[in-house]
Design a protein. Sequence first.
Length: 138
Amino acid sequence: MKKFRVTVDGTVYEVEVEELGGEVAARPVQQEQSKPATPASVAKPMVAPPGKKEERPAAKPAAPATAGGYRVTAPLPGVVVAVKISVGQQVVAGQTLLVLEAMKMENEIQAAQGGMVKEILVSQGASVNSGDVMVVIG
């Protein structure tokens, strides 16, 4: 068994994972007669010791501000499959700006706030990396 520390949505869990060898020979696996796994028995949240604050990662802003407005960045690497806006268009908060395909899933990238589209830095079929600026809205 190997122990790992995993952070999910800011909560730290300690998990144990059984490592399976690369053996090719087939052998029967004996199943343990045990109680069914419960969320508490699968992953236990780690609690900070008394007197010590729990550290949480800083939240990233959805749309970093710039002098001329804000930038809409790619949340993960992928390919732009559709651009739903044009330069000069007025957009509102929550409006879909473009569609990004990542890991065979389509993700709608939405405006965090309203404004006028100043620049579109990607086009349909373009590959983007996490953090790449795709649209500037002012």
